[in-house]
Structure formats: C-alpha cells, structure tokens
Unconditional design. Structure first.
Length: 189
C-alpha cells in the first residue's frame, strides 16, 4: 500500500526533516512529552467532540507532523483493523453523540464512570482517527474529560502490554479488561 504519510523508507513525513526511524521516535518523544505537560497545566477548551480530539492531536503533534489534527485518509491496523476511513465520520458522530448525551460522564458514581470511560476509550481506539499519535491523544483527551467529571487518571502506572491486550478485547466486544485496567487508574479528584 502506498502511504502518503510516509517517505519511501517508511519514516513518517515530518516538519523536522528527519529521515531516520529512531531519530524521529526520539524527537517525537521529547516534543510530545513537553506538549503533554503543557496540556496538563493548561486544559484545552472544547466540547469533547471530534473537533476537540483533533485539537488535542494538533497541540501534541503540531510541531512534528504537517497533518497533525487532520483525520487520516488511509486505513490502518495494529493487531486488529481500525475504523475504515469511509466510516470515520459516521462512527465518530455516534461515539461523540453518546458522550454528549451522557453529560460528558459528569455526576456519575465512580464505578459507573469507570464502565462508561472504558466504553469510550474502546470506541476512541476503534476510531483511531489519526495516522500516528492516537494513544497519546486519547489519553490526554480522556485525562481532561475525567478531570472535568471529577476524577483523576494516573496513566503513569499503565502497563502498555495490558493496555494493548485490553484494547484488542474491547475491539472484539469485551470491555471487561479495559474496565479493570481503568479501575486501577481512576481516583476521585
């Protein structure tokens, strides 16, 4: 498949002019770490909709990728396929519509909050709207959403392999592992 986001060697096209996978990964890690700290200090205004998620992505990755904040135009997969490009907008409208209807998870008892947060996290992972950087964007978005709902999320104790396994199970319709994982991360603020 021809990937318009990547150079012939597979490295993602970037604003930094980097053509090496490892160098890009290192630069991306440094830049995004600083952006995530900034987002933790200064919440990003928005309506917790797709446009807001795109603003998070643009803020986190805007200094790296020219397509930061833009919806992907190619189909992608990692252990499972993500939402096909043709279904991104309708599925996102459904997911964010449910989120708005739920009052953005505000005023929920902790256990109900965890269950609904797990469902949202699973749905956002299926949407996977960006070519790269979905996980960091989702976590920043969910952290701010949770704070507005009265809860803190401690992603620093997240085991990446458990997270990936839980995401795969969620894709297959089973949110139990995601609920267990998030139950360990959620505290009342």
């Amino acid at each position: 498949m021809n990937d318009p986001y990547a150079m012939p060697n597979g490295v993602l096209r970037n604003k930094l002019g980097i053509t090496d996978h490892q160098l890009l990964a290192a630069a991306e890690a440094d830049i995004t770490r600083a952006r995530l700290v900034l987002l933790a200090e200064r919440p990003l205004p928005g309506a917790y909709d797709l446009g807001h998620l795109q603003a998070f992505h643009a803020t986190i990755f805007g200094d790296i990728y020219p397509w930061a904040g833009e919806l992907r135009t190619v189909n992608i997969a990692k252990r499972t396929p993500f939402c096909p490009v043709r279904n991104l907008m309708p599925y996102a409208a459904e997911v964010f519509g449910r989120l708005a209807s739920s009052g953005h998870l505000r005023d929920l008892p902790r256990q109900e909050f965890v269950i609904r947060l797990a469902a949202l996290y699973g749905d956002l992972n299926v949407i996977h709207p960006f070519r790269e950087g979905n996980g960091r964007t989702q976590r920043a978005f969910l952290t701010q959403l949770s704070a507005d709902a009265g809860y803190d999320l401690n992603w620093s104790i997240l085991d990446p392999q458990r997270n990936e396994d839980a995401s795969v199970k969620s894709f297959l319709g089973d949110n139990n592992l995601l609920e267990q994982l998030l139950d360990e991360l959620v505290t009342t603020n």
